[in-house]
Write a protein that binds this ligand. Structure first.
Ligand code: PAF
Length: 292
């Protein structure tokens, strides 16, 4: 694997690969790679000849009160992990390369960003949309892979790619979890031992809601209250939002219907650490169909 840190060099490399008929996949990351990222790189390998992992802690998606400064970083370990997972290129520009003096453009994707994370973190998604667009332009990728863990981000990327006509195929890969169910995240390293021990309650909350839906529960408020009850059983959690919503539009009808695809979304604070998780559930269209 080689590291590239200039956009022009990255574009030239990708252009040459494409002239040679090679297919390129990009896995955008902010580094501090864990098994979730590794699974994305391995998935990318199955679909492309060349896999680029990007490593850039994007300042524009952090609000001033968020954790940009303390966001975990470990370049040596990331290089090793990306290489072992099979990446061909580590694209790791610095801040000035991505946002040079005079930089003055931002992409705003409306609709899917109007709720949940978009409300709690009002500047976050324009930062994500802008950097993802820049990374797609820098890597000239044919395919890009994201984890389902950041569910609303995946909706944003789909909208961005469609609206701005990026010639790229999007693959969404499943969330990778620790053995107790906690969704893998670079931010899990912030958790104290005590917080880590109860963090898997989020996964249990999602599972309990899934079971209830499987048994026929369709009332949105009841589904939400099942998740809230499980989370509140541990006093250390402070709920930011808990929601069952349509998995494509994020609408919140009073009652879900047969054939609906629902996303269960959670965001909580555990101490100062903010954790998010989600699960997607399809309500069977007929009694014979089971999707749980
Ligand atoms: O999901 C992330 O790690 C980031 O939001 C992304 C997509 C790499 C953009 O900085």
């Amino acid at each position: 694997m080689i590291a590239i840190n200039k956009i022009a060099e990255m574009q030239l490399f990708s252009y040459q690969q494409k002239v040679d008929g090679k297919k390129i996949a990009v896995v955008p990351t902010m580094g501090y790679l864990h098994e979730g990222h590794i699974s994305l790189i391995k998935e990318a390998k199955k679909h492309a000849d060349i896999v680029i992992t990007t490593l850039f802690v994007n300042p524009t998606q952090f609000a001033p009160n968020e954790d940009l400064e303390k966001y975990p970083r470990d370049y040596q370990s990331d290089f090793k992990k990306a290489e072992e997972a099979g990446a061909d290129i580590l694209f790791c520009p610095d801040e000035l390369e991505m946002y040079p003096i005079g930089y003055n453009s931002t992409i705003l994707v409306r609709g899917v960003t109007d709720k949940f994370e978009g409300v709690k973190r009002p500047t976050h998604f324009s930062g994500v949309a802008t950097i993802v667009a820049k990374l797609l332009n820098a890597t000239l990728a044919n395919i890009t892979i994201f984890g389902q863990k950041d569910f609303q981000q995946t909706l944003l990327i789909k909208r961005l790619v469609k609206d701005l006509n990026f010639p790229v195929e999007i693959i969404i890969a499943p969330t990778i979890r620790e053995s107790d169910g906690l969704a893998m995240s670079s931010r899990n390293t912030y958790l104290s031992k005590e917080s880590r021990a109860i963090a898997s309650s989020l996964f249990h909350a999602l599972e309990e809601a899934k079971v209830a839906i499987g048994k026929g529960e369709r009332q949105r408020k009841i589904i939400n209250s099942i998740m809230i009850k499980t989370i509140r059983a541990k006093q250390q959690f402070q709920i930011d939002y808990v929601a069952a919503a349509d998995a494509e539009t994020l609408d919140e009808p009073d009652e879900f219907l047969a054939g609906d695809k629902i996303v269960l979304l959670l965001a909580v604070y555990l101490g100062k650490t903010r954790l998010i998780d989600n699960a997607v559930v399809k309500i069977p269209s007929s009694l014979n169909e089971s999707n749980f």
